[in-house]
Design a protein around this ligand. Sequence first.
Ligand code: NDP
Length: 328
Amino acid sequence: TREIHLAARPVGWPTHDDFRTVETELPDPGDGQVLVRNTFLSVDPYMRGRMDDRRSYVPPFRLDAPMDGGAVGEVLESGDRSVPVGATVLHQAGWREHALLPAAQVRVVDTGSVPASAYLGALGMPGMTAYVGLTRIAPVKEGETVFVSGAAGAVGSAAGQMARLLGASKVVGSAGSPDKVAWVTGELGFDAAFDYHDGPVSQLLAEHAPVDVYFDNVGGEHLEAAITAMADFGRVAACGAIATYNETDPSPGPRNMFLVVTKRLSIRGFIVMDHGDVASEFYRTAGAWLADGRLKYRETVVDGLDGAVEAFLDLHRGTNTGKMLVRL
Ligand code: NDP
């Protein structure tokens, strides 16, 4: 079986030389362990931070060891009665074809009404990030205007739809291509969207101001533009800053921070994994939205472990619409 190791710590944009595919023996599960054949691996923007050797909310990847990350797969062998052979499980031993794990570290998921891959996207970590942001961090109120950047990505596409389901009367998105803009305003029902390549974001956003809630996936110029467009007492759910992840020098912050004072804005960062208490509410609520078609999602799927590094790089180039996945 094969797994992908981090071979070197990338500086700026990662290259293929920073990764290595390694052959290993397929292990036998011991008592209390399960052997899983992975069927979908998740590649996520936060993994870029784990490639650097610095303290953050998750430890860095180790060099010359398999990377990890969200994955779903099928149980091939089981040393624990609570996880039967054939079950579909969600776990964190991604970036590899097979995973040997303590049974306590896998979650059996129900694939009766949603496919297994949804547990890595709309009904998984990205979907829950959108839900936590809009219910706990910058709760959306009835009749408000919500702006979502990265609107055609895994988190953003869920956030825009959830904003509407939670009562927003106007949802505006930004994304990196005309096709993405067409998808979010068409199938996903955003009221408006723009391609941020079409001009300064501040100008493109101005016609949609005032914004009550900004769900920030991008940071940088988008955050500065949003601060200018915010209504008094507006709230920002600071979810990510993908525009900055591959920069070698920290970029200057928004130049308009004094507006935070004059408009009495709240900007609040969050990490989804601190909000485990919301999980059962999220699964119940988002599960129902998915089941009755009110929450839609798309996946961009790359085939084979050999495509995983390129899929990860493509995420930062914006090649994906919806959740970026590797299918094995
Ligand atoms: P996406 O599916 O949104 O994929 C990343 C997208 O980012 C790309 O498709 C691309 O779309 C966009 N992008 C890349 N570079 C830029 C840029 N310079 N400016 C604007 N957009 C850019 O990924 P996720 O949905 O998984 O993650 C979205 C954000 O949410 C990330 O910032 C991530 O770190 C964050 N996140 C935070 C969590 C938390 O707990 N706080 C948990 C999960 C994710 P485009 O074509 O539009 O440019």
